[in-house]
Design a protein around this ligand. Sequence first.
Ligand SMILES: CC(=O)CC(=O)C(=O)O
Ligand SMILES: [Mg+2]
Length: 219
Amino acid sequence: MQTERLAQFSKFGKKIICIARNYLDHAKELGNAVPSEPVFFLKPTTAYLQPGAGAIKIPPGCSNLHFEVELGVVIGKPGSNIPESTALDFVGGYTLAIDMTARDLQEKAKKKGHPWSIAKGFDTSCPVGHFIAKDVIKDPSNVHLWLRVNEESQLRQDGNTSDMIFKIPTIISYISSFMTLEEGDLILTGTPSGVGPVKSGDVITAGLAELAEIKVPVE
Ligand SMILES: CC(=O)CC(=O)C(=O)O
Ligand SMILES: [Mg+2]
């Protein structure tokens, strides 16, 4: 029963919490400092793009839209101040997600010290795959993440969650010390290196090992 409910996580409208700069190579490729504790931001639930529900829409004023493939953790039960030792008990399952980012708007916001809400939270900025039951991923800290643009033979992103700086228990514990986690919340755990631009007409295909694959057009 709970699995059936959680399978609808992206429809019952809870928080989307995104970890930033959680892979050394990605922090380096964008010239960002490597964080000493997790850094996170939020996307609104209107950012969800359900599997097969259409295209990513480039937001107004953006001419450098980037993809970021990420492992998503779906929270299975509420909790606050969760210790790392029990954090995995709060995981209900997983999903594949793309943290679409208006990189030019993000850079502009960073320079002015403004929040990233538009750059990261525009409608369709969070395409997701189907819900993956918790027991299907035995070791979430060793999962292949990949992303391809169009029919290119070379993958643009080809990473593994083993390279995360902060692992899932640390992430859950840290977030829950500031905000209560609720059933159906989604945590995006950060992206590996290789992020890059897409334009209207491109098709992004992304995968989580052989467990999940999504194909999303850009409009
Ligand atoms: C610089 C970023 O956009 C941070 C981010 O979202 C990440 O996954 O890292
Ligand atoms: Mg990201």
